[in-house]
Design a protein. Structure first.
Length: 267
């Protein structure tokens, strides 16, 4: 692992050997929550400059097991940003029209334009995850996609897109608790489907598939970050810290004023 949960390119990843418990890595929850609020505030300050500058693009990719926290991470980390400059795209089962094209077609349509931050809730990686586990396509179809995805992401970065990829790493026990919470609270029933239980039976198959995704597709231009996500407070702290530091590194600047604005008086 590299800087704060970043996977080193070429590193072989075994998720069973990586902790899901952020509380083991940060011994002061109150401090972490204060820092998280500061990171979030700074993100909200930097995002308008990123939008106004209009020279670069930022793509945030979120993947996880079911109930891993993709939605709540997005809500928590991007609270307070100008929605004009941030768009969230959730990738569901492809439509008939999408299936008539190559698997990256629908993804490429939704990559960010200049000045925008796009958040992918699930992504092109579903085409080496669910299609593999559910045997929707044969191995000779999905296996070459790792290299294709790497080339696609390299193209995006070479044309001005910064990519941050987060795998929200929860334990099977934590998934059980979150599923039960959805069943126990009526206002959360909409989040639960019996199909979730079928997917839970495939935990080991998905774990193997994610191991390959993170190992094969953590590159110099688009590395993965494996975020311990059993504790939401730690997950939010880690994701916001990485995102904030990346925006600070990009250092977006507001465009220069038009000449003579200081001479204008509104009657």
């Amino acid at each position: 692992m590299g800087t704060l949960h970043q996977v080193t390119p070429g590193e072989s990843v075994d998720l069973s050997q990586i902790t899901t418990a952020g509380k083991e890595l940060h011994d002061d929850r109150d401090k972490a929550e204060r820092e998280f609020k500061n990171f979030r505030k700074r993100i909200a300050e930097l995002q308008p400059a990123f939008y106004a500058e209009g020279k670069r693009k930022l793509l945030v990719v979120l993947q996880a097991m079911d109930a891993g926290g993709k939605d709540s991470t997005t809500r928590s980390v991007f609270e307070g940003v100008n929605p004009q400059g941030v768009r969230v795209i959730s990738f569901k089962a492809p439509s008939k029209r999408e299936l008539a094209h190559d698997y990256l077609w629908r993804v490429h349509r939704d990559v960010p334009p200049l000045g925008m931050i796009h958040v992918f809730n699930r992504s092109h990686y579903e085409d080496v995850l669910i299609v593999r586990v559910d045997e929707l396509v044969p191995q000779e179809v999905w296996l070459p996609r790792f290299d294709q995805i790497n080339q696609f992401e390299k193209f995006l970065t070479e044309t001005g897109t910064t990519i941050l990829k987060f795998y929200l790493h929860i334990s099977k026990d934590e998934q059980k608790e979150r599923f039960q919470s959805r069943l126990d609270e009526p206002h959360k029933h909409w989040k639960f489907s019996r199909q979730d239980l079928e997917k839970r039976k495939q935990w080991d198959q998905y774990r193997t598939a994610f191991n390959d995704v993170i190992t094969k597709c953590s590159t110099e231009h688009a590395p993965w970050h494996v975020i311990p996500a059993d504790q939401k407070w730690y997950r939010n702290w880690a994701v916001s810290k990485i995102l904030c530091e990346k925006l600070e590194e990009l250092n977006p600047q507001y465009p220069p004023d038009e000449p003579g604005l200081d001479q204008i008086v509104i009657e």
